[in-house]
Design a protein around this ligand. Structure first.
Ligand code: GDD
Ligand code: MN
Length: 399
């Protein structure tokens, strides 16, 4: 198994030498190549690297003249790599090269991506000042919240993965800014990410290129990734919008029901919710999940799945309604007609919120699963087994 170590450089002429030296020491015994990807640095880093490449055949230099930037440089480096495994490491020796063999080992043990991490036990940020520390922690927290990145150091520029996996997503990456790892993770959805601790060291020589422009770019990138990359917030927004349309349908149906029967009991709540349920399924199928559209007979099947998932929500909604109204019944609010209907509607609105969140999670995973993602279908299979067991329809072994 061959490892390609990609190191992006810009004005690192004094650092490439020591970097190559340290890498060759820690990688002794490993089949590897090193790619220095330089953006035509004014300090001629590319020239220093080319000289080193002349002495060592395992070193290659990519001198880029167009589309400068850290992310874009890493992408080009990964594309040019020949190893089965590609790693990315800063050239200024802030990323401790000595953990590379450990990272490689973790990948060999079945991980999809291995990240050098400052924020797990055993890692650290070294001698950062308070500003840099807060900046990094805020960015990390944002990445975790916005992307749901299940990782302690999603901002790390030190990572390693299978080149084959990279090749699968390479055309979807835009490479703007510093957060190439985040972008890769958002497109790849790797099932198994490992973090290996290290302490971020102080810079050997030269200065950081992480400017406020880069930080600004990062914020834009986060928004983009969360919307386009994961379709997460966009889909949820649609689901929530239809949810509110559903609330209108729900309350309208309920108003009619109350007019006809005059009885604000649980039946009113249940009938209203069921009507809204049918219209919500149809709207969600054609809009929210149009990329996973149910057609023909799948609509019937899909609706039953949706009904099953939302009936859990319905139970929550109706229970909440019963709890809320029973309290109010005791203080006799429902005896006075205008207050009675108004209070019933208000209680129903509150109850709907409870059921809503549960609905989204269940339906995304089970009614409209992402068939491209194995873990989604796993969940579907498991939940099918649970449902079958609940209905007593478990297949008995034939004698
Ligand atoms: N080719 C190329 N082009 N390389 C670049 C460019 C560019 O435009 N900008 C920076 N680099 C190289 C640097 O030469 C260095 O090897 C590496 O990318 C990291 O750049 P630094 O300027 O040293 O970044 P930093 O140390 O401030 O930021 C570190 O922390 C970030 C998260 O907190 C890095 O590890 C980042 O990768 C990381 O995202
Ligand atoms: Mn640095």
């Amino acid at each position: 198994m061959k490892l390609s170590v990609i190191s992006p450089t810009f004005d690192e002429a004094q650092n490439v030498g020591p970097l190559l030296e340290q890498l060759s020491q820690v990688l002794c015994g490993v089949d590897y190549e090193i790619l220095i990807v330089d953006d035509d640095s004014p300090d001629q880093t590319w020239f220093v690297a080319q000289q080193a490449a002349r002495r060592d055949r395992r070193v290659r230099v990519l001198r880029r003249l167009q589309n400068p930037g850290l992310g874009a440089a890493v992408i080009d480096g990964f594309k040019a790599a020949q190893g089965e495994v590609v790693a990315c490491i800063d050239a200024d020796l802030q990323h401790d090269p000595s953990i590379l063999p450990k990272m490689l080992e973790e990948l060999g043990r079945g991980s999809d991506v291995v990240v050098g991490s400052r924020y797990v036990v055993g890692g650290g940020t070294g001698d950062w000042n308070w500003f840099r520390r807060i900046e990094s922690q805020t960015a990390t927290a944002l990445a975790k919240i916005v992307l749901g990145a299940n990782l302690n150091d999603p901002m790390s520029g030190y990572f390693l993965m299978w080149r084959e996996d990279f090749a699968r997503v390479q055309e979807q990456l835009n490479g703007k800014g510093f957060k190439i790892l985040l972008e890769i993770l958002a497109k790849l959805h790797p099932a198994n990410i490992r973090e290996v601790p290290y302490t971020f060291r102080s810079r050997m020589a030269g200065k950081s290129k992480l400017s406020s422009k880069v930080v600004f770019q990062y914020l834009g990138q986060l928004c983009q990734l969360s919307k386009v990359g994961r379709l997460y917030s966009e889909r949820f927004l649609k689901f929530a919008t239809i949810g509110s349309v559903g609330v209108a349908v729900n309350l309208l149906t309920m108003t009619l029901f109350l007019k006809l029967t005059g009885e604000p009991g649980w039946q009113a709540s249940a009938v209203a919710s069921l009507t809204a349920n049918v219209s919500n399924y149809i709207l969600n199928n054609y809009w929210t999940f149009s990329d996973r559209l149910h057609k023909g007979f799948a609509i019937v099947k899909g609706y039953f799945s949706y009904l099953l998932m939302t009936s859990l929500g319905l139970v929550v909604t109706t229970s909440a309604y019963i709890v809320l109204t029973s309290g109010l019944r005791q203080i006799s609010v429902f005896r006075y007609p205008p207050f009675g209907s108004f209070t019933a509607l208000f209680c129903q609105s509150l109850s709907i919120v409870f059921g809503m969140y549960l609905n989204y999670r269940l339906n995304t995973a089970i009614t409209w699963p992402d068939r491209a993602r194995p873990e989604a279908s796993q969940l579907r299979l498991r939940s099918r087994a649970v449902v079958a067991r609940l209905l007593g329809r478990r297949k008995e072994p034939t004698p």
